[in-house]
Design a binder for this molecule. Sequence first.
Ligand code: KIV
Length: 257
Amino acid sequence: MKNKIINIKRKKNKTKIICLTAYSKNIAVILDRYCDLILVGDSLANTLYGMQNTHNIDIETIINHAKSVRLGVKRSLLVVDMPIGTYKNLVVAKKNANLIIKKSKCDAIKIESNNKNFNIIRELVKLNIHVMGHIGYTPQSKKKFQVRGKTVAEEKKLIKEALLIEKAGAFAIVLECIAEETSKKISKILKIPTIGIGSSVHCDGQIIVTDDMLGMSGFYPKFVKKYANMSKMIEKAVATYSRDIIYKKFPTKKNSY
Ligand code: KIV
């Protein structure tokens, strides 16, 4: 697992880092063939559980999805999001990070920055826990969606925050919805890889919610590119299945004992 982290770090300035989210094994098996990193994101709150935000997803739910994803991930680095409230202080963070790692057997955890929790990252790293940071639009602490880093003051603040996360020992950092020029500067200044979502081509890697890019979530903001329309494909298959049953085309002799 340490090798996987080293490999991801070595890709900086050489080749792009491919990342996607997964919430279950069957999808994870496919992603594993192409991704360097697979994230069990707390975005599953909105994407799967119909919640308004990520604020009510609990650690058990994340762990259960991570266990399923683990079954499908052999070569990528498996990272699990620490849900809101699970790293509010050092004692709580240590307990919950260890719980997530022990139960899901993931390789690393992700923590959203609130511009204060650098010591939590530092202490977890000291315990040999691999941590990925997350700055910019951080849904756990910010209610309203907003692009960050558009002003000089915001840019300065984000660069400082990113550097402190790097100094604390994070192996990579997600830049979510950060203006192009700012994410370019952060990616240039940092030694660790930046993984962008809505933060331009200048990041060292990209991540996106798989259900969004597959056209399954109904959530398609500007930063999402729809690579498939899975909802339509599934609907077509289900409609055919239902017609086949009505007209006794399924099951046939081939499907019977
Ligand atoms: O929860 C999530 O899926 C994430 C990614 C969008 C980076 O944090």
